[in-house]
Design a protein around this ligand. Structure first.
Ligand SMILES: [Zn+2]
Length: 365
């Protein structure tokens, strides 16, 4: 599970981490906590930006810039811009002048849609500097991909990143993504089916490893990335590109490197129905826990689905998933007041069951 062992000298570079103390969702994170998460995962760098700030982003962007300046190069700061706020373009220019490497835009929490004239101005600024713009493209928004594809065509210098595996648009966007060298996807998302579609249908040079810390620990995100990327047959060059080599070029203003075509949906291989049952119940458990509900029944159903008389790899894999799910339930019972307590072990069980061709992990649980 340790990123250092898996990729040797590769410089891991997480595309998606946050700090902030005022997000209405209750999560908080300091720069020290994000550095701790990078260290735990064996990762060198991350792009860093603000969590939701209902009172505006100037001070939050300054906090990100200060954290980056004090980080010995480990944080690459993005300025978060709320397009409907007064002076949004001025804030973007101010942040660039103060050292921001690009921008983060969040259509859900900052309540805007695309196309949007201020977003276009922000993307034009990024185009002039060959800088990244990261769009939240996860839950809670209608799809925005057409507008982003259009911006990527018109502003080829801008490096546009659809966060959260681009799930808002992942179903249809592969052909456009194959043509657009400046359209990227970060991997910060939990559902293994979405992950399989991302790695199978999007060229590996367009995929950027990301955790979404503090929401997703880097060590789990890295495990998920390596497992799913191997499941679709990616080799060392693609893995190094996704882990950080491509993002290093993006933030340096260099041209992205093509590391080959998407492997295609056939690369996902045959599904193992016993394991698919485990995946489906784990998905329900994760969604319930994420929303603060008790996931115990779904975990119990997932554990029942793990019971099999198959004794080759499938049997071993499901016994492994079952042990993880037992840990998930223990964690839940030990801290029922913490809605997320069951999530890490359930997530691991889902990812392992969803990628049976990769085999049983070499770590005992
Ligand atoms: Zn995020």
């Amino acid at each position: 599970m340790d990123g250092r062992d898996a990729l040797g000298e590769a410089e891991w570079f997480d595309a998606h981490t946050h700090i902030g103390q005022n997000d209405p969702d209750g999560r908080k994170a300091t720069p020290e906590e994000i550095l701790g998460g990078l260290d735990q995962a064996g990762h060198r760098r991350s792009m860093l930006f603000a969590m939701h700030e209902p009172d505006g982003y100037s001070a939050a962007n300054d906090a990100v810039l200060e954290a980056a300046a004090a980080s010995d190069g480990r944080f690459v700061p993005l300025a978060r811009i709320a397009p409907n706020a007064e002076g949004a373009v001025d804030e973007a220019k101010r942040a660039l002048a103060a050292g921001a490497a690009g921008f983060k835009l969040h259509p859900r929490s900052d309540a805007f849609g695309l196309p949007h004239p201020v977003v276009e101005e922000v993307v034009a600024l990024a185009h002039a500097r060959r800088a990244p713009v990261l769009f939240h493209a996860g839950r809670g928004i209608p799809h925005l991909g057409e507008a982003v594809v259009e911006l990527a065509r018109r502003y080829p210098g801008a490096r546009l990143i659809l966060a959260h595996a681009g799930i808002s648009d992942l179903g249809w966007i592969a052909e456009d993504a194959a043509q657009l060298r400046n359209l990227f996807f970060d991997t910060a998302w939990w559902n293994v089916a979405d992950q399989l579609q991302l790695y199978a249908t999007i060229p590996p040079g367009r995929i950027l490893y990301a955790s979404d810390m503090p929401y997703g620990p880097g060590i789990f995100a890295a495990f998920c990335f390596l497992r799913v990327a191997r499941a679709v047959g990616h080799g060392p060059e693609a893995l190094r590109s996704i882990a950080g080599a491509q993002l290093a070029r993006v933030v340096a203003g260099e041209e992205p490197v093509d590391v080959g075509p998407a492997p295609g949906v056939a690369a996902v291989g045959q599904r193992v129905i016993e394991a698919e049952r485990v995946v489906s119940y784990c998905s329900v458990a994760l969604q319930l826990a994420f929303r603060g509900f008790d996931p115990s029944e779904s975990i119990a159903l997932a554990r029942l689905a793990c019971q099999t008389r198959r004794d080759e790899t499938v049997g071993e894999l499901l016994r492994y998933a079952d042990r993880l799910l037992a840990i998930a339930q223990e964690n839940r019972d030990a801290r029922p007041e913490v809605p997320y307590a069951a999530m890490p072990a359930t997530l691991l069980a889902m990812v392992i069951a969803g990628t049976p061709e990769v085999g049983v992990p070499p770590i005992a649980v």
